[in-house]
Design a protein. Structure first.
Length: 530
């Protein structure tokens, strides 16, 4: 028969025994106090004693190879990180106007039906010479109106674009400074799958483009996972721009794949080997989430080096050209054409009177080597030709009728669409630098819409959020009357007012802006960013 009192007694006895056993066990591990430590006098407070083990549990000899590798990582980071830079850029994009039109209707007459907007973007790069040349990705500085470069030692510089090449996603910019640290370039031709690499960059740039200083100059480690990867990212990027769709055939993707962590903001940073040499430029990730998933890709430094030399010397890339349309070689192709293995580039068509046709290459030849170096794929062939200079003779090994033969061809120069692989025109207008994107002449209708007493001055139509001008209070809707004491009657006078203004100068603007008590004229002193 169940007795509740007996049951409660058993539970109480079990708890008491468990408590005493636990107290004894805890005493063995130092979690309770000894009599001496707890007797600090009548009513004294207890002071716990904790014993912590600090000695190594594994001998140094047993893990020496790992310790050596760890020390190598530390040495590489110390040697390379000073040459890595953070790039902050302001990029102009064209958008449909919306701010002022909500109140005053669409633009009239011959005024533009689109106005530029500016968004912050960023990434990484690395200094390659003491005179300030910096390598990065084209997509980091593309269409940038202003570029600021920050060094690991805290110095900041304004940068100018030397040249860009959208077909390889390479760009070179330049800063003017003294005592600049530089990175050492290795050779991507010597890279092997499985070797250790480190990726260095600034992954703190969020999707908004705003940097996070907590993540600056991050170093991650991994191995080379694969070579010769093609993602068709550059090709897709060129297709999206109607101006450059004719250049999709010249897009070169021969990426180094790594599992070193690469995230947004790492773009343009170096991928280095265990000797501290740059072997690639971090460029892309493959992800379904927007974050790192184990697939990072870098542009081989040999290709980047070749592009860099042209950009510095000519401001554009002089791309070597063979004049063939190619397909990858499949297993069935290799069997049908009598190839020794499943590799190479199958010629499908030849451009009329191009170097390949003049040299005697034919449709359905399979290119297997260039100057004795094996061609593994179509991407590999493009890469190898891109490393050559226009006019340079090359020996092309092809398989035809089941037999190899060598054919000498003299490379031509590719005709790229204008503005590709060239330095962009200067975009450092002071008005844009302080954040005034667009001003408009004031006609009678605008004066009526804005309830102005006259048509004098220019109307601020668009301004960059967060810019120096906006921070001082000069925003869309203001009417500018003077700049540095010079009366402003129209857009021409507005532009002329900045002719002698330099970076770092203070510009004094007199403008009438809306206030709770009506439109009030005030002075706005704005420093031009350096």
């Amino acid at each position: 028969m169940y007795d509740p009192l007996r049951a409660k007694a058993k539970v109480a006895l079990s708890v008491a025994v468990s408590f005493l056993a636990g107290l004894g066990l805890a005493s063995q591990f130092g979690f309770t106090e000894s009599a001496a430590s707890t007797s600090s006098g009548e009513g004294g407070s207890a002071r716990p004693t904790l014993t912590v083990q600090t000695g190594p549990r594994v001998s140094r000899e047993a893990v020496q190879p790992a310790l050596d590798l760890s020390e190598a990582f530390v040495n590489i980071a110390d040697a390379v990180t000073p040459a890595v830079v953070m790039i902050e850029a302001t990029r102009q994009r064209v958008r449909r106007p919306g701010r002022m039109e909500r109140f005053f209707g669409p633009p009239r007459d011959n005024q533009r039906d689109q106005v530029p907007d500016f968004v912050p973007v960023g990434g990484s790069g690395f200094i390659i010479s003491e005179d300030g040349y910096v390598m990065t990705n084209n997509h980091v500085v593309e269409n940038a109106a202003r570029i600021t470069v920050s060094l690991h030692d805290g110095r900041k510089f304004r940068a100018e674009v030397v040249g860009t090449d959208p077909t390889t996603d390479i760009a070179v910019i330049r800063i003017d400074g003294e005592g600049l640290p530089t990175a050492s370039l290795g050779s991507s031709a010597e890279v092997e799958v499985g070797e250790w690499v480190l990726a260095i960059g600034n992954p703190g740039f969020a999707r908004s483009g705003a940097p996070s200083p907590d993540l600056d100059y991050t170093v991650t480690a991994g191995i080379v996972s694969a070579l010769g990867r093609s993602l068709r990212l550059i090709n897709q990027s060129l297709r999206q721009d109607p101006e450059f769709t004719g250049n999709t055939g010249f897009a070169i993707e021969d990426f180094i794949q790594t599992d070193a962590v690469i995230n947004s903001g790492n773009s343009g940073g170096p991928l280095v080997n265990l000797r501290g040499q740059v072997i690639g430029i971090n460029a892309a990730i493959v992800t379904r989430t927007g974050g790192y998933q184990g697939y990072g890709f870098a542009i081989p430094i040999d290709l980047a080096h070749r592009v860099m030399e042209d950009l510095i010397a000519h401001g554009r890339v002089r791309r070597a050209y063979l004049g063939v349309s190619i397909d990858p070689v499949g297993e069935a192709d290799a069997e049908s054409l009598g190839l020794p293995d499943v590799s190479g580039a199958l010629i499908q068509t030849l451009t009329r009177d191009a170097p390949a046709q003049r040299a005697g290459l034919q449709k359905y030849d399979v290119i297997t080597a260039v100057d004795g170096e094996k061609v593994t794929s179509g991407n590999d062939l493009q890469h190898k030709i891109a490393l050559k200079a226009p006019g340079e003779p090359v020996t092309i090994t092809v398989y035809r009728d089941g037999l190899p033969r060598d054919i000498t061809a003299q490379l031509g120069e590719a005709e790229l669409t204008e503005d590709v692989a060239t330095a962009p025109p200067p975009t450092r207008e002071v008005a844009n630098q302080i954040g005034i994107v667009e001003v408009r002449d004031i006609d009678s209708r605008l004066a009526q819409d804005w309830q102005l007493g006259s048509t004098e001055g220019v109307a601020v139509w668009d301004a960059q959020p967060g810019s120096p001008a906006v921070q001082r209070g000069l925003t869309p809707g203001c009417v500018i009357h003077e700049v540095d004491g010079r009366p402003i009657q129209d857009r021409g006078e507005w532009e002329d007012a900045f002719d002698d203004v330099e970076d770092g100068d203070v510009v004094s603007v007199i403008a009438a802006c809306q206030a709770p008590d009506g439109r009030t004229e005030r002075m706005y002193n704005i420093r031009v960013p350096r």
